[in-house]
Design a protein around this ligand. Structure first.
Ligand code: ADP
Length: 435
């Protein structure tokens, strides 16, 4: 159709040429045809030039206008250009959403080309590695030798875990994935907690093995001696007593480990009772007196202990641990006190002693598993190094806290701090704590 219409003007010029030939002869006809051809060719060249000009920068210029066949063809080109622009806009919008989502990720993502130059990165990667421009080699920003070796090795199975200057105290895994034709995606992930747990697990296994090795060696040694040597009755009894003592130490360790493990497997006490704190403290003070064998003065300072909404066995175990420690770490003649008070809406049960005390630098770590100030003294007195860890777990299950204050050579105070909602009968003057 367009082809036919485009031929109209040349055909009309030809018809006029033929008419001129009939009227004025061949010279006039040839002159006309030459002029007409020149005009047509000039017009086409002009339109082509304008189209060419537009095609060079189609998004910045308007499509040229024309009539007739050119007009219709330009309309079609215009429609096509608009559709193409629309799909490009949609694509850009989707890409923008994708970038925004990727920028929200806590992991750093960095796209690296086959020449190890950075093509793109998200916000997290820019902040973690200080990437301020793309098109530069990745090792300009990630300089750690472990990463450079990993990148060069081409084997990405074992990503390095390294510290970054931008985040002191934290550890990051830098994992590469091959993408496309020689490109790589670098994922930078915070693995601090994971690494901490891993090292805690290793420490724990090492500690337990160490704790068990000593009694097992002693038991083995004495048993061998008993088998091999002819001993008199007194020596035999002495060796058997040593074996019994070591096996009791192991028993305590196993019991404490099981207690800790069951505490760690639950976030709240399985059962809650109305604990009569007064009766409990009296009974435990009596136990402590037996343990002390008259070497200490042990007193209950307050008579009106409240009832506590808590797990009886756990609270008893926590207070027993504190009292046992007070007896073990207080020299003869010392005083051990148990008291109760309401402070800032919390109920506080305190066990204080006039014992050897603890230097300030040990206080933050005292409730860690197997942490001891004086390993020898702890072992001598039958300690497992787990007592305070158990107390801390019990308190956290009850939504409370274990607080420790101490002055070396003067004494210590261990406070079990319970949230007010657990205190069922408050002493006079603390009515707000009543449920
Ligand atoms: P252990 O079985 O070694 O006593 P704990 O977890 O009960 O383990 O206590 C950890 C460490 O805290 C002890 O080894 C000891 O050094 C210190 N400690 C605990 N209670 C007292 C206290 N009343 N006075 C001085 N030091 C204490």
């Amino acid at each position: 159709m367009i082809g036919l219409r485009a031929m109209m003007i040349p055909l009309a010029a030809l018809a006029i040429g033929l008419a001129l030939h009939a009227l004025f002869g061949p010279v006039a006809a040839a002159g006309w045809l030459a002029l007409a051809l020149l005009a047509i060719a000039g017009l086409q060249a002009f339109r082509l030039a304008r189209l060419h000009q537009w095609a060079a920068l189609p998004r910045q210029r308007d499509l040229p206008q024309a009539y007739g066949a050119w007009g219709r063809m330009l309309d079609r080109i215009g429609r096509f250009a608009r559709q193409e622009q629309q799909s490009r806009d949609e694509l850009n919008e989707e890409l923008g959403q994708l970038h925004a989502a990727v920028d929200q990720l806590p992991d750093g993502l960095t796209l690296i080309d086959r020449f190890d130059q950075i093509e793109w990165c998200n916000n997290a990667a820019a902040e973690l590695h200080g990437i301020f421009a793309t098109g530069r080699p990745v090792h300009h920003f990630v300089r750690q030798p472990e990463f450079v070796d990993y990148l060069d090795s081409g084997n990405f199975a074992r990503p390095p875990v390294i510290a970054l200057a931008s985040r002191p105290g934290r550890l990051y895994e830098l994992r590469l994935h091959a993408v496309g034709d020689g490109g790589k995606l670098l994922i930078t992930r915070d693995v601090t907690e994971h690494a901490k747990l891993d090292s805690m697990r290793k420490d724990f296994v090492a500690n337990v093995s160490h704790e068990i090795r000593t009694p097992v060696t002693v038991i083995g040694g004495f048993a061998e001696t008993l088998l091999e040597l002819e001993l008199d009755e007194a020596a035999r009894r002495e060796y058997l007593a040593m074996i019994l003592k070591q096996s009791q130490t192991m028993q305590r360790l196993v019991d404490d480990l099981l207690t800790l493990s069951s505490l760690e497997n639950a976030s709240a006490p399985a059962q809650e009772d109305d604990v009569d704190l007064h009766a409990m403290a009296q009974g435990l003070a009596e136990e402590a007196r037996i343990l002390s064998q008259g070497r200490h003065t042990i007193e209950l300072r307050i008579n009106n202990f409240p009832a506590l909404r808590a797990n009886t066995a756990q609270i008893e175990s926590a207070i027993r641990n504190l009292l046992t420690n007070a007896v073990r770490y207080t020299p003869q003649g010392g005083r051990i006190t148990i008291d109760w008070r309401i402070r800032d809406g919390f109920g506080e049960l305190r066990v204080s002693d006039t014992g050897i005390g603890i230097a300030a630098e040990h206080l933050p770590r005292l409730a860690e598993r197997f942490y001891r100030v004086d390993r020898g003294r702890s072992r001598e007195t039958g300690g497992t190094g787990l007592g305070l860890a158990i107390v801390k777990h019990i308190m956290s299950q009850h939504g409370g806290q274990l607080r420790i204050e101490s002055i070396p050579a003067q004494g210590s105070m261990f406070t079990l701090r319970f949230p007010g909602r657990r205190v069922l009968e408050a002493p006079p003057g603390s009515e707000h704590l009543r449920p």
